[in-house]
Design a protein around this ligand. Structure first.
Ligand code: GLU
Length: 446
């Protein structure tokens, strides 16, 4: 025990959640931000809201047995961490990736709680997934896996309880198989039980594009504060999944030029600007690797030879996965004169890299604010489902744009009030913490 109550909270989290470094990292980032808030609001400290927020309300771990195309039985582990429901039903994606374990799901659920609070929509926080590797699996295998996962998950979710969506490895195809099995087991066409649905069966226009679009809009707002804009800027986007692809689309619409993107096999430098139609065809239609994109464009595919962040750029968008942008990468970005970094993935920048970027005066947009457009549009999907309505693309995109601006402005205002103006890490953590804590206090001891 020390005299510093927040250090004690952290020690407790580490002791109670051994072997979960990503969860410790996510908690630590929040704890280092909220000291000034607790000093101003001792009632929140007395109510031990931060200790309660660090403990998930419920954690579910289950077996997912399925049969592969060769007739072999396979066993995976499924997870759902229902982190916090003070502001609304648990809400957050499902991730299918071999790296998924309790610590990863907990870090994602913890982040999601703050992110969802920042959207200003009635959403609690949760996350889930499985240590299943969809790479190379046939459509039938994916369907059987999703059906088996939902055969357990269905009893824990529902439109007033917990509303999963996609994340890495889970897109419209998987949500379709999951929703089909949920409908079959429950005998209810309960559209609001899952988001990220196809637009023909209850999904919302713009949901697919929302995380990437929102990310570019958030970066635009950060640049605006500095009297700059994305127009004419050279950008690098890591990843080539749903977030990266639609971030590239919106950056191009706003007049920026994205000159590189990547996947787990390496990156491609395309100095004339990424050919988005080709990228969509390679990654979304053919589910192929970046090598194919490079071959089609006559470019070199740097198969994990060095780092994508060595390519000089004005704005960097890490959109692949956690801790992909390291201290060494941050140094190179600063040396090359980067002016902003906006996180499309969840926690893609390591803590020492964030410190270096912010010390160098780079505008830094943390994922829980910058990538909140996806889950915010999930909330818009839930609204449409509840009213049995379907909005136009333009109307939905206008709502997303307003939400991203409001998230930016709220985080900026909190950074001015409690930290250094423009410290969006502090701003996002503080706004998220205040919203969740106040609701928890209002609802009694929960
Ligand atoms: N997985 C996304 C995220 O990290 C979206 C979650 C959702 O729409 O529920 O925010």
């Amino acid at each position: 025990m020390t005299d510093d109550p927040l250090a004690n909270v952290f020690d407790d989290v580490v002791r109670r959640n051994p072997g979960e470094p990503e969860f410790h990292q996510a908690v630590s980032e929040v704890l280092t931000s909220i000291g000034p808030v607790l000093a101003k609001h001792p009632e929140l400290a007395r109510q031990r809201t931060i200790e309660r927020i660090c403990e998930p309300e419920r954690q579910i771990i289950f077996r997912v047995p399925w049969v592969d195309d060769r007739g072999e039985i396979r066993i995976n582990r499924g997870f759902r961490v229902e982190f916090n429901s003070a502001l609304g039903p648990y809400k957050g994606g499902l991730r299918f990736h071999p790296s998924v374990n309790s610590g990863i799901v907990k870090f994602l659920g913890f982040e999601q709680t703050f992110k969802n609070a920042l959207t200003g929509m009635p959403l609690g926080g949760g996350k889930g997934g499985a240590d299943f590797d969809p790479k190379g699996r046939s459509d039938d295998e994916i369907m059987r896996f999703c059906q088996s996962l939902m055969t357990e998950l269905y009893r824990h979710i529902g439109h007033y309880t917990d509303v999963p969506a996609g994340d890495i490895g889970v897109g419209t195809r998987e949500i379709g198989y999951l929703f089909g099995q949920y409908k079959r087991i429950t005998n209810r066409y309960e559209s609001g039980a899952l988001t990220g649905k196809g637009v023909d069966w209850g999904g919302a226009l713009v949901r697919t594009e929302a995380t990437g679009y929102g990310l570019a809009l958030f970066a635009q707002e950060m640049l605006r504060v500095r009297n700059e804009a994305l127009e004419g800027k050279t950008c690098v986007v890591s990843g080539s999944g749903n977030v990266a692809i639609y971030a590239i689309e919106k950056i191009h619409q706003l007049g920026g030029r994205v000159v590189a993107c990547s996947d787990s096999t390496g990156y491609v430098h395309d100095p004339e600007g990424i050919d988005l139609d080709l990228l969509k065809s390679v990654k979304l239609d053919q589910r192929a690797r970046m090598e194919l994109y490079a071959a089609e464009r006559g470019l070199v595919h740097a198969s994990n030879n060095g780092s994508i962040w060595e390519i000089p750029c004005d704005v960097a968008f890490p959109c692949a996965t956690q801790n992909e942008l390291t201290l060494a990468d941050a140094r190179v970005l600063v040396d090359n004169g980067v002016s902003a970094v906006a996180e499309g993935a969840n926690m893609p920048t390591s803590p020492d890299a964030i410190d270096l970027l912010m010390d160098a005066g780079v505008a830094f947009g943390p994922g829980k604010a910058a990538n909140a457009g996806g889950v915010a549009t999930s909330a818009l999907e839930m609204q449409q489902n509840a009213s049995r309505d379907a909005w136009s693309f333009e109307h939905t995109e206008a709502r997303l744009t307003a939400i991203m601006k409001s998230i930016h402005d709220t985080c900026y205002a909190a950074s001015e009030k409690y930290a250094k103006p423009g410290n969006y890490v502090a701003g996002a953590n503080i706004v998220g913490f205040l919203r969740v804590s106040r609701a928890m206090v209002a609802l009694g001891l929960i």
